[in-house]
Design a protein around this ligand. Sequence first.
Ligand code: SUG
Length: 419
Amino acid sequence: MSIKEINFDGIIGPSHNYAGLSHGNLASARNAGAVSHPRAAALQGIEKMRGNVRLGLTQGIFLPQWRPDVDWLTKLGTDVGNAEPHIRAAAMSASSMWAANAATISPASDTADGRTHLTVANLVTMPHRSHEWPQTLAQLRVAFSDQRAFAVHDPVPAPFGDEGAANHMRLTQRHDMPGVEVFVYGRSGGAFPARQHVEASKAIARIHGLDPARALFVEQSEEAIAAGAFHNDVVAVANERVLFTHEQAFTDKAAFYADLRAALPCVEIVEVPASAVSLSDAIRSYLFNAQLVTLPDGTMALILPTEAQDIPAVWTWLEQMVAGNGPIRKLVPVDVRQSMANGGGPACLRLRVVADPADIDPRFLVDEKRLDEIAALVSQYWPESIEPQDLGGTRLIARIEQSWLTLVDHLQLSGDLSI
Ligand code: SUG
């Protein structure tokens, strides 16, 4: 038995484009209508995974989804040729790349039945993401099919919005020990929608069989949502005993920190003050949308977007932090600019699962050799660029479908993920 953190990255799909679909996500709005580069995007994602493998971390993958989502269009009484542009764009979206929104995970040591529980996120708030869950669920049921180790659950019913692990943090002395699970929800985001509903979070805690004394429900601050933090993972991230957070991430931080310290006395809270990094700079740089990981030597590293280097206030603060005596000792900037332009940083692109890799379907785990193979397919098949007016064109769609079929076939998943 070797319980460890495994990061499953969403492979960036061949339909990756900038349609400006996510109200409240400032990068998505800013880049609406821009030309996208799916091939470069997917290769950036693969390089991030390669870097993590080289750091000694265990790496998994999720596949892109079949696009356009014809089932969804059929349910809406239309098809790609006839759908209105915003519906067509929603059916074409590659948004499942942001695997942090795929599901919420409670590791075996936190749950009543000693299995790892996964609940697929319903993502009901954004139309283009609301139809992701059936294909996500299909993959989860294959990857985590061993029912002695895993329980995979259907989504929480609408209207209670659930955006998965992006609004969930787990703190623990060590990954394989019992943890405190923190569910962050939004009540109001001012002009922007709050995408995580407290009733969805409470339902997941019940369904996963968590000990109520070790599950905290914490409100995200309205000012954070209004500043563009449409998920908690844009303003806070946790790993083992460390919480790395912006000062203004939560409505009542004093109560939250006190509850956390009571439930986990060894917790270390690394708070970035607004006087050093404003909410606006935090969101522009995505410094919190980092993978905070424990390296094989036991120290912690922050795998963060290169954009964090572009804002002097942010980079200065980070350099001072790692030079000090705190738990985070290393900064690893990664280039995921194609994803970042839609508001998805390094942490959005991965779903963390604490489990024994031996219990997982090996087709979903990768080493450098498998990453090389996937990169070769991407280089050969993925469209080089997508102009907004081409979205939905017959030739582009044929190419996107061919890319998907080739990848799924290569990974020997065609029999399990048929369309
Ligand atoms: O849901 N962007 C995604 C970004 C998700 C980031 N995930 C985390 N923070 N965990 C979203 O807003 C943009 C799509 C477009 O506009 O074409 C988009 O869906």
